[in-house]
Ligand binder design. Sequence first.
Ligand code: PA5
Length: 450
Amino acid sequence: MSNLKISDRFVKPFLSQANLEVELERAEKARQTVLNRSGLGKEFLGWVNLPSQTKAEDLQSIRKAAELIQSHSQYLVVVGIGGSYLGARAVIEALTPEFSTPETQKKTVKILYAGHHLDADYHFRLLAFLENKEFSVNVISKSGTTTEPAIAFRLLLSLLERKYGKENIKNRVFATTDKSKGALKNLADEYGFPSFVIPDDVGGRYSVFTPVGLLPIAAAGFSINKLIDGAKQMETELHATPSQDGNLACMYASIRNGLYALGKTTEIFVSYNPSLGYVSEWWKQLFGESEGKSGKGIFPASVQFTTDLHSMGQYIQDGERKLMETVLKVETPKQDVYLTEKTDDNDGLNYLAGKKLSEVNQSAMLGTLIAHKDGGVPCLEINVPSITEETLGELLYFYEFACAISGYMLGVNPFDQPGVEDYKNNMFALLGKKGFETRKKEILSHLETI
Ligand code: PA5
């Protein structure tokens, strides 16, 4: 049994049992389509059995590379965008304490990120910062041609060459890319950089359990074996359990599709733990890129409570009623803080004396769930006992499987992203890339008319 639990107690007032059962039947069909590999985008289903098919020697070679990085680097720069960095960042940030002690500072490689946007200031400052630091680079791109990481890698490679000498950087650059094609693969071969392969049948946003996610996570000092064990546990459960017998992914996909049909077109991912901020970013990419097509799709949004209750709370409680919430609830913190009594009670908080801060957070959560339900927002709860490598493995696989089911229920191909090309074509035309001359003329004449 996995550690995840779902509660729909605050959804029930909105979605009738009869409606839910219809959706559960549709979810079961979609689940079979995933398992039989008979649906749209079936050539990209390599992630479905990935956890159970990961071999001990694959993990061993990733750990070896991670140990090499740890042996000589204070920093590892992860260069990638979208699915090529969000999974690793989600896990690393969820597990890394916000404040390092001198102890942890000495032991761990700190992970930095580049190539996930084109901001000049950020990249200037990163290069300046790295000038006198020991660092390595893990450049990750399935296509090997994505502009943002390619630019960042060119800048970092030039710094590495200047700092260490071209002949001395073979143990500082790790390329994660296609097995045979793309500019990055060619570059890695030319320089002799160690390479890790992204399987052909695994798309970027489903790649966290490949070296795309595993190498940075291992380099950051976390157990990739435990992460894969958790994912494997969830894989076994979701593959074996029919929708009607409580399959968690089917339940989630059914509820969100049932509510979508009732006009709830935005799903807000809610967490009460700031360390889960990048889990929500990863989730938004997974669902947004998988479902938002052909004029359809639930818009994935996210908030951090209680912080955002003081900014977005008003809208959620009282604004346009197109929202549903999915609350990721962590039952037990790793450490707790006790509130003590103060003799003069001049801050008026003595009524909390003897309580743990986690109890206050849980009360805020329950109070908000009730208020939002009363305000017309259905709230689904996904409960995890604590945040560990295992539970993150379970959670991320759960979302991947649920996303595939949900996409099929919606009638789209959850594994392509045709819409992403449009901005690229315009950008290439504006930058004068060869082959985009006609597009450039079209854009310029269009700009004159507006
Ligand atoms: O999910 C996806 O496929 C995308 O988000 C890609 O991961 C992203 O565009 C980066 O692509 P690449 O790994 O080819 O550089």
